[in-house]
Design a binder for this molecule. Sequence first.
Ligand code: M6R
Length: 607
Amino acid sequence: MCGIIGIVGSRPVAPRILEGLERLEYRGYDSAGMATVSGDGIGLRRTAGRVETLKRLVAGSPLSGQLGIGHTRWATHGKVTLCNTHPHVVGQIAVVHNGIIENFEELRRTLEPRNLRYRSQTDSEIVAHLLYLELLDDPDPERAMRSVLERLQGAFSLVIMNADQPDMLMVARRSSPLVAGFGEDEMFVGSDARALVHLTRRLVYLEDGDWAVVRRESIELHDASHRPVERAVRHSEVQDEKPDPGEFPHFMAKEIHEQPEAVTYTLHRYVEPAGGELKFPEFPFDARDVPRMSIVAAGTSYYAGMVARYWFERLARLSIDVDIASEFRYRDPVLAPGGAVLAISQSGESIDTLMALREARAGGQHVLSLVNMAESTIERESDVTLHTAAGPEYSVASTKAFTTQLVVLACLAVSWGLQRGTLEAAEASVALDALARVRAGLAGILADTGCWDECVGQLARARDIIYLGRGSNYPIALEGALKLKEITYIHAEGFGAGEMKHGPIALIEPGTPVVVVAPHDKWFDKTASNVAEARSRGARIALISDRTGIEKLAGAATWTLPLPDSHALTAPILATAHVQMLAYRTAVTLGTDVDRPKNLAKTVTVE
Ligand code: M6R
């Protein structure tokens, strides 16, 4: 979380820093700030608001200078206030930071005798003080930087400006990402490629523990042991796209409606459209030999992993563990020799997922990943990466990333099923045909604009909403509940339908909405019984099902949300469109900030 940018320029930097911040705002939008160095010293502009407000502030009170840094904040330590907004300035030093300095309180205690004046409650400000003090004792900036880095614990990417040295930036990265870019007699640094590709495509990704002195024409990199190192300069292929919701009122609506296209592009990456052959990159193991695979992910990507478990187990008879990445890392998992880990992440930057991946690698696992954002850290640290072709996703609530993840996972399960001899060619071909029809299925669901109206009116008034599903639709219930709570702030929980009677049914009161994801599949009759149990306690049922399912439960459902007749592999993908639309429409009814819900950020790079 938090987006950072810095420019050592040969022309004014302020407008370009603001543009970079606009592109980084998905990392955090609690507050925004920037600083430049000019003949008058450090000029600072900050707001406890959005980048838009910062832009107005800078327009009214311009900043000159050819050296500058900027920051969009997702608050960790210290409330969302002006004084907690970055950059933090101490004397001639200005710092922007992404991550958490875990020992900042201890450092503050050790510095007590110096009677320092702290202006914020952040963990970040300590870095500016430490560097300032080091430079008092020894004016050599590199030695000072080294000594500060040795005292910091935690995860960070740092960009530091020194008004006494207006020709350079000092930068460092530990766990949190940082990339540098080469311009014409200028250098740029930023949290990710998206912040820089409009400025340059010649990028160098800092590795964990690296720090550097960045000047207009050069970058001097050092590794964690302070040895000079070279890192490859690469031509970035990351799409240069200015966020624009186009004709849609929100990015979330745009991204939901992009799904028919996005799933098709993704499908065609892995299945030859003409002949239907599956095409995957070479894996570092033979699918026939892999004993087990652990899937690690967070949030919506975790639910994609949960759906995939049903598919890998059924089609490829492969033993699968699915873990929330932040739990996997610390639970000392028993990993099978020769096993694989699959990290799923839209951003490719979620630190929990990255750390789980590193844990698995240390445990001798083959490392695979499934990411949407090319060139992300998770991709760079994987043996093999599969990409979704969803295009950039800006809304905090993930939508098209999820459905495209499901498409790739379905194809992989089919491919491994064939390779492991657990899936007949005829069954595989039926599954791939069904996947090819997802585009039309999603388009049909999204075209039926009226089907959510009545139900949404009730959801918007509810205190609690329950989502139920079984089998591969159980994770869709979880996803529906997550989507709804993150953008409407209404309490929603997803359960395996059979689990209801073991406790959650106590939540049902007359009128409680229960959204049931129940295509007419092998679990349908069992789910129908759970629907009856909820109904008899006064629940109002929103039923997501196909023609047969709707007919069978006609008497029990208050609202019906139709699915086309589909294959077991594709029903969860299609049902997702309904739970997304329910959440989106409810949020719009309530007037929440759909794309930037409170307390959240698009990319989560703190543990
Ligand atoms: O970028 P990732 O897929 O690794 O992100 C994982 C979660 O942070 C993300 O899915 C989050 O739960 C979304 N806000 C869900 O809509």
